[in-house]
Design a protein around this ligand. Structure first.
Ligand code: FA5
Ligand code: MG
Length: 320
């Protein structure tokens, strides 16, 4: 188990080592925080897969903080934690089955992760969704039914041969998974909003102590929500600039840096194209709500005015 690997990694480790192609969206400054031209805040713990395999590790976990420019809602935060798991299968283990190595490894992976889910949550509604990652094939995501919706908790798959070859594991196969630790904790303790992990409010922190986890959720203390404060909705409509510098992640970054954790959600609610002027208009709804206290109209108006102004100065939009 590795939990002290540095979160600033090379673009080689974050992308190339796991076969993320040149020009893939995740490489862009719109999605990833660059520290320098060739160093980034890791956007996943998969950044450590290859170097650990090269060190001869065959079965390992990596836990750590990861960073992403991303959308804003109750289940997304720009800093979160992942745990990576990798398991290499030797040739001898692969030959003891009728299945193809890939099918065997894929089946082992699903059995193991379903077992993990059962150990953590007991009876829980889950489903497998086909996914795509450049570093695995086949690839899957596991979703859990939580608060009336399907919540994605992890990505996984059978490791691409090319990565194993690079680590001189030519006869072996492997599976890998990367799970979102906040998401698991949200399901486990019934935590409704990911921002709560960052609150200093004792009404939150006092409810948790080491050793309170009970396998399968049996008799486990869930989080008791303290009274929710009222949300405040503010819409902002604007024309996108030509050759658009505008992206949703850029908007979210502006709202985050202005409102911090007072923003609960940023959502596109209307979009239309004016064929005469060939301009596109977007309307976003920003939900402001503190986890800890009531906000005043004045406070929210100031935040919203700042967001509107920065949208114009930084992203070149025309407010409507
Ligand atoms: C990955 O990061 C892959 N590296 C996972 C993987 C590893 C696949 C090994 C195959 C083999 P993804 O982007 O889906 O995949 O993120 C994995 C999990 O991180 C998600 O399922 C979710 O639980 C969590 N997660 C992703 N973005 C956020 C976010 N903004 N806030 C909180 N949790 C997030
Ligand atoms: Mg995903």
């Amino acid at each position: 188990m590795f939990d002290d690997l540095h979160p600033v990694v090379s673009t080689y480790d974050n992308f190339d080592s796991v076969l993320v192609p040149e020009g893939h969206v995740s490489r862009s400054r719109n999605d990833t925080y660059y520290v320098t031209e060739d160093r980034v805040l890791r956007c996943h713990t998969s950044a450590h897969q290859l170097s650990l395999l090269k060190q001869g590790e065959k079965k390992f976990l990596v836990a750590g903080d990861v960073y992403r420019r991303d959308s804003i809602d109750a289940t997304h935060f720009p800093v979160f934690h992942q745990m990576e798991g990798v398991r290499v299968f030797a040739k001898s283990e692969l030959s003891s089955t009728e299945l193809t190595p890939q099918d065997f490894v894929s089946q082992e992976l699903k059995i193991m992760l379903e077992g993990l889910a059962k150990h953590l949550f007991g009876e829980v509604e889950l489903r497998w969704v086909d996914a795509y990652f450049p570093f695995t094939d086949p690839s899957y995501e596991l979703e859990i039914f939580f608060n009336g919706e399907w919540l994605e908790v992890l990505g996984c798959g059978v490791m691409q041969k090319q990565i194993l070859n690079e680590a001189s594991l030519v006869d072996e196969e492997a599976w890998a998974f990367g799970l979102g630790l906040e998401r698991l904790a949200m399901v486990l303790f019934d935590i409704p909003d990911i921002r709560l992990f960052w609150t200093n409010d004792e009404r939150f922190s006092k409810q948790f102590k080491a050793g309170m986890f009970r396998s399968g959720g049996h008799n486990m203390q869930k989080f008791k929500s303290y009274s929710k404060y009222p949300p405040c909705y503010k819409d902002v409509s604007f024309w996108l600039p030509d050759g658009s510098k505008f992206t949703e992640n850029n908007l979210c970054e502006i709202v985050r840096s202005t409102a911090g954790n007072l923003v609960e959600e940023v959502k596109l609610i209307d979009e239309f194209h004016n064929p005469k002027t060939n301009q596109v208009s977007n309307c976003y709804r920003i939900t402001y709500r503190s986890m800890d206290r009531s906000l005043t109209d004045e406070e929210i108006n100031t935040l919203q005015d700042d967001v509107r102004e920065t949208l114009v100065t930084s992203l070149g939009v025309t407010l409507r």
